[in-house]
Design a protein around this ligand. Structure first.
Ligand code: HEM
Length: 463
């Protein structure tokens, strides 16, 4: 393949990368610790390299300009990745986050978008405040009993509770939350192993992976039951996302099938409970490790809220608190990579990218690029001030993606994160039970290994 640069034909070369073993490629090394593995390969091969995982192969990109080229400047040459759709298929089917058929995605997008409008969000705020308030009361009980709290599970229960008051208001009972969350956690083990091993049939034999597959079946049964009950008791005015999806018709005039409904319900339940909780958890952990920054945030929360629960108008005033969230999203972006596929023969950096090549953008390393983020390991929320953002490369911050397929739930996630941070911090100081921030571990999202165990101390807001 050749490319034209400055009017001269350029001989393209193959993307470099580690050789790996027959059949498995580098899957064993990759599964063991994907974050450190990718950092090592970045040092060895540079900002673009290829890895073989099982029967699949993936070109990983670790550079904001390359990401911009693919997601924004030359987006017509790239589409969603069929490899990603297949690997995540058992969980997400052909739902909106993974579907490769662009015309079908457009239909789903226009069905769902109204549920994420600012007007809907204002309604969700009231419900989310109520859900977080329950978590704050629960924290008060734990503190009263002298117990520590594992923040990830704790926040996840709150966020799931909020999801059931906003996007899914009828049919799933509050008492079902622990069971559903347990099934989702165990399913994560299954899907995580599939993704990191490139769909290897060997990993499917592992007992934990088989257990995860069984849990996914339980989730499916529960969601299909929810759909059947809704169909039996229709409402005239849609009240939540499932009503909207049930009332929607596709371009050919047909409604969504039960499988299509299942895929998108599961995708929203998964998207909602996998992302925001990890971010809020890391934010609490980072604040505990950086008390000077925590002081600045607490001062802002006390000044803006004056001891009340947040209103819609307050959210925009919690500027530093939002920068804390952004810094947690920079240091611990929930997803390991964002997938795309070349739709035509093309090139990147003088490397041949043939049609069908799967690409992955790695926020973990882009967010640690010292050219964009000086002293990248340091927790510094000030990096996300309006002035600093303006002067940085467009795709330097990747946590929500970019371009047409950027996260549609970003505002919901940000609102939930802000409410968690502000309402909990108003009442309690959380500190590491063992004095330090846990190591990251990839389990679908990037989570704290062994959990984030924290001591709870009551505080009185300064007014
Ligand atoms: C901190 C919170 C969140 C983060 C970091 C996050 C991140 C992402 C990322 C990286 C993508 C893929 C973008 C791409 O492929 O280019 C995505 C897509 C998506 N997310 Fe989120 N997400 C968050 C919260 C949520 C929430 C709360 C929901 C819904 C309840 C949600 C629903 C979706 C959906 C439906 C898509 C597919 C968008 C499309 O393809 O058009 N997300 N998200």
């Amino acid at each position: 393949m050749t490319d034209i640069t400055d009017g001269l034909p350029l001989q393209l070369t193959k993307v470099p990368g580690p050789r790996g073993l027959p059949l498995v490629g580098v899957a064993f090394d990759f599964i063991r610790d994907p974050l450190r593995y990718m950092e090592r390969m970045l040092r060895q091969y540079g900002r673009i390299y290829r890895v073989s995982l099982g029967q699949t192969s993936l070109v990983l990109l670790h550079d904001a300009d390359l990401v911009e080229k693919v997601l924004r400047l030359d987006f017509a040459s790239y589409g969603m990745s069929r490899q990603q759709e297949a690997l995540l298929g058992p969980l997400l089917g052909h739902s909106m986050p993974v579907v490769t058929d662009h015309a079908y995605w457009e239909q789903l997008h226009s069905m769902m978008l109204p549920m994420f409008s600012p007007k809907m969000l204002q309604g969700y705020l009231v419900q989310t405040v109520a859900a977080v308030q329950e978590e704050v009361d629960h924290l008060a009980e734990l503190q009263h009993d002298g117990k520590t709290v594992e923040m990830y599970d704790f926040v996840r229960a709150g966020v799931f509770g909020a999801l059931m008051r906003t996007l899914f208001v009828r049919g799933l009972e509050h008492s079902e939350i622990p069971q559903l969350l347990d099934w989702f956690s165990r399913t994560d083990t299954y899907i995580n192993a599939l993704v990191l091993s490139g769909g290897s049939s060997l990993v499917k034999l592992l007992p934990k992976v088989r257990d995860g597959a069984r849990c996914l079946k339980r989730i499916d049964e529960r969601v299909y039951r929810l759909i059947a009950e809704r169909k039996a008791h229709r409402v005239d005015e849609p009240e939540d996302m499932l009503d909207v999806l049930l009332a929607a018709v596709k371009k050919d005039g047909s409604p969504l099938s039960d499988v299509e409904l299942r895929d998108n319900v599961v995708a929203l339940l998964f998207g909602g409970q996998e992302t925001t909780p990890t971010i809020a958890t890391w934010a609490f952990g980072l604040l505990a490790a950086n008390p000077d920054k925590r002081r600045i945030m607490l001062d802002e929360i006390d000044r803006v809220l004056q001891g009340r629960v947040p209103t819609w108008a307050d959210l925009a005033k919690l500027e530093y608190t939002e920068m804390v969230l952004d810094e947690a999203l920079r240091l611990y972006p929930p997803f390991l990579f964002i997938g795309r596929e070349a739709l035509v023969d093309t090139s990147l950096e003088g490397y041949e990218i043939s049609k069908g090549t799967s690409l992955g953008f790695v926020a973990w390393t882009v967010h640690r690029d010292p050219r964009l983020w000086p002293d990248p390991e340091r927790f510094e929320p000030e990096r996300h001030s309006k002035e600093q953002k303006r002067s940085r490369a467009k795709c330097a911050f990747l946590s929500f993606g970019h371009g047409q397929r950027r996260c549609v739930g970003e505002r919901v996630g940000r609102m939930e994160g802000l409410l968690m941070l502000s309402m909990i911090s108003q009442r309690f100081l959380l500190d590491h039970a063992n004095g330090k921030l846990p190591e990251p571990r990839v389990q679908m999202a990037i989570k704290p290994a062994g959990g984030m165990h924290m001591r709870i101390t009551p505080r009185v807001p300064q007014q």
